[in-house]
Design a protein around this ligand. Structure first.
Ligand SMILES: Nc1ncnc2c1ncn2[C@@H]1O[C@H](COP(=O)(O)OP(=O)(O)OP(=O)(O)O)[C@@H](O)[C@H]1O
Ligand SMILES: [Mg+2]
Length: 342
């Protein structure tokens, strides 16, 4: 259920460098769409815009359904962060807000036990219950059992630093996939997962009815879990998006065909341009010798001017290093580029 609609989103970095140039695509209900592209191309920034953390300089994003988000660096939090903190960070909005307020109110009452803090604490407890916090703890129980093999009550205060990166990702993913949010943004969810963990994630993504937009550099995950692929292509005016409406199995061919089509359109434009310039030059000579050619000469000049003003078709994007890697390879050590075999 739910969808994400990204319409003509543009964004420039604080130093003025354009990063996103009218990026448009839709993640339809129930789709698992992968967002790929070279390192630094703007994938994480686009996800931050989609979640409303930063505002685009142009364009709009519409989302239907509750939004759950997993950051690229989930779990790389400050020392002292616990399993409970991680689970709160990926909980549905209402539960997250109520749980944070409850934690703050608890901390306040430890500092000063006066009437005001007692009232605040009582209010926070009531709000937590109202938000469904206690019911939601049963979901957390299932998640810690699945990811860590222990109930929530035992995992709750464990520091995240005692968990591996893979365990942290798995825990956050369990919570998002089992939770009620219908639209998920997952930034490199497979990073740090071992091979069985990646397989598990592919399975879950294939069977979930949720609408998912995920960033991944893992070719096997893309092949097994994504039904559509949006590529951010880096260009001088920022990255633009090209969407392949099928899975990764047909991606390379579609991309080659698209490049060939862009080349062909450009070739035809250049040919037409040469012809129009020749026509103008010929008519100019004729008009000098014979007045009856003057109006045709002017008409040809106008055609050429309009043709040049409309400009050439979209340039073929430069070769991209999409930084896709084979399973088991370490980040960036086996980059894939469109020219290499797949
Ligand atoms: N707050 C910021 N201030 C300045 N530069 C930024 C900021 N956020 C991102 N950038 C820059 O914007 C570019 C895009 O970064 P982003 O993290 O969106 O790319 P990405 O496609 O997610 O890359 P990766 O594949 O490495 O995760 C990078 O050059 C990055 O250094
Ligand atoms: Mg990123």
């Amino acid at each position: 259920m739910g969808y994400i609609d990204i319409a003509a989103v543009s964004y420039a970095l604080p130093d003025g460098r354009p990063l996103l140039d009218e990026v448009s695509f839709r993640v339809g209900e129930g789709s698992t769409t992968a967002l790929i592209g070279q390192n630094g191309g703007g994938k994480t920034t686009l996800l931050r815009i989609v979640r409303g953390e930063i505002a685009p300089h142009g364009g709009v994003v519409s989302i239907d359904g509750g939004l759950g988000v997993m950051d690229q660096f989930v779990g790389h939090g400050a020392a002292g962060q616990t399993v409970h903190d991680l689970l709160i960070s990926v909980a549905p909005d209402r539960v997250r807000r109520a749980a944070r307020e409850l934690e703050d109110a608890e901390a306040a009452i430890i500092e000063h036990d006066d009437l005001d803090t007692q009232m605040r604490y009582a209010g926070a407890l009531a709000d937590y219950a109202e938000a469904g916090g206690y019911e939601y703890e049963t979901v957390w129980d299932t998640c810690t059992a699945a990811a860590l093999g222990i109930p929530f009550s035992r995992a709750r205060f464990r520091e995240l630093t005692t968990l591996s990166g893979g365990e942290q990702k798995r825990l956050a993913l369990e919570a998002l996939l089992r939770g009620p949010d219908q639209v998920l943004l997952l930034d490199e969810p497979d990073n740090y997962l071992d091979v069985p963990g990646k397989r598990w994630l592919e399975e879950r993504l294939r069977e979930t009815p949720k609408t998912v937009l995920l960033v991944s550099h893992d070719r096997e995950l893309l092949a097994r879990a994504a039904d559509r692929i949006a590529t951010l292509e880096v260009g001088g005016a920022g990255s633009t998006a090209w969407v392949h409406g099928g899975g990764f199995g047909t991606y390379h061919r579609a991309r080659d065909e698209r490049m060939a089509r862009l080349d062909e359109l450009r070739r035809r434009w250049d040919e037409q341009h040469v012809k129009l310039k020749e026509l103008v030059a010929t008519l100019k000579v004729k008009a000098t010798a014979n007045d009856s050619f003057t109006s045709r000469y002017r008409a040809a000049q106008t055609r050429l001017r309009k043709f040049e003003e409309a400009g050439p078709p979209q340039e073929r994007p430069p070769e991209q290093d999409l930084a896709l890697r084979l399973r088991g390879a370490r980040t960036g050590s086996a980059p894939w580029s469109p020219s290499s075999s797949n």
